[in-house]
Design a protein around this ligand. Structure first.
Ligand code: PAF
Length: 290
């Protein structure tokens, strides 16, 4: 695996692969890798000849009172994991390399960014869309890999790619979970042993939502209220939101039909955790999970 820090080195490495006729897959990350990231890497490895992983803790997507400074970082450990997973190229730029001067240009998908997590994280998805579009320009991958765990992020990126005709296939990879259901996240490191036990309420509440919908419940607000009530009742957990939304608009789905997302966010100890369930409610009553 080759590791580069500069845009010039990244571009010349990708260009050399292109000249050899190789297909290119990109896995954008903020590092501190876990099994969820490695599932993205493995999917990219299966589909592409050159696999590029970026590790960049993007200041643009953190609010002034968020955890940018203390976000966990361990480049040496990440590089060893990526080497084991047969990554070809690791791009780990500095903030100065990515943003040599304050940006005057941003990419934003406002309709999908102001709901759900956007309410408590104003500017977050503008930061995500801007850095991901920069990475797409730098690498020009055939495919790019994102986890379903960040459901709203996935919807924002898919819409940005569609609206701006960016020539990349966005590949969504299912959430990887701990044996007790907790979704893998770099922020799980913030959880104390007690928090860690309580944090599984997000998964338990989503499983309850799935059972309700599979049993025929079609009132999205009722499902959301049940999820909210379960999460809010858990000791040490403060609910941010629980919603059932239409996948295309991310607006509340009053009547459940087509592709929907049950999304939940909560503060557990020092961590803000998110999780979701992506379902299609078919006209014949069947319910399938993405
Ligand atoms: O999901 C993440 O880790 C980040 O939001 C991403 C996509 C790498 C952009 O900084």
């Amino acid at each position: 695996m080759r590791q580069v820090q500069t845009i010039a080195d990244l571009r010349s490495a990708v260009q050399a692969a292109r000249q050899r006729g190789q297909s290119v897959g990109l896995v954008p990350t903020m590092g501190y890798l876990h099994a969820g990231h490695l599932a993205l890497v493995d999917a990219a490895r299966r589909d592409n000849e050159l696999v590029v992983v970026s590790i960049f803790v993007n200041p643009l997507q953190f609010g002034p009172r968020e955890d940018f400074a203390r976000y966990p970082r361990d480049l040496a450990r990440d590089a060893a994991l990526l080497q084991e997973h047969e990554v070809d190229l690791l791009f780990a730029p500095s903030v100065e390399e990515m943003y040599p001067r304050p940006l005057a240009t941003f990419v934003e998908v406002p309709d999908l960014s102001q709901t759900l997590c956007g309410r408590s994280r104003p500017g977050h998805f503008r930061g995500v869309a801007t850095v991901v579009s920069k990475l797409f320009h730098l690498v020009q991958p055939d495919r790019a890999y994102f986890g379903q765990k960040d459901g709203q992020q996935l919807a924002v990126i898919q819409r940005m790619v569609s609206d701006l005709n960016i020539p990349v296939e966005v590949v969504a990879v299912p959430t990887v979970r701990e044996p007790d259901g907790l979704a893998m996240s770099s922020r799980n490191i913030y959880l104390s042993a007690d928090d860690r036990r309580h944090a599984t309420v997000l998964y338990r509440a989503l499983q309850h939502a799935k059972a309700l919908i599979t049993d025929g419940e079609r009132d999205g607000r009722r499902v959301a209220a049940e999820v909210a009530q379960r999460v809010a009742a858990e000791p040490g957990v403060r609910l941010d939101y629980a919603e059932v939304v239409d996948w295309e608009t991310l607006q509340p789905a009053d009547v459940l039909q087509g592709r929907v997302m049950v999304a939940v966010a909560a503060y557990v100890g020092q961590a803000r955790l998110i999780d979701n369930l992506q379902l299609t409610v078919h006209a014949d009553g069947r319910v399938t999970e993405h």
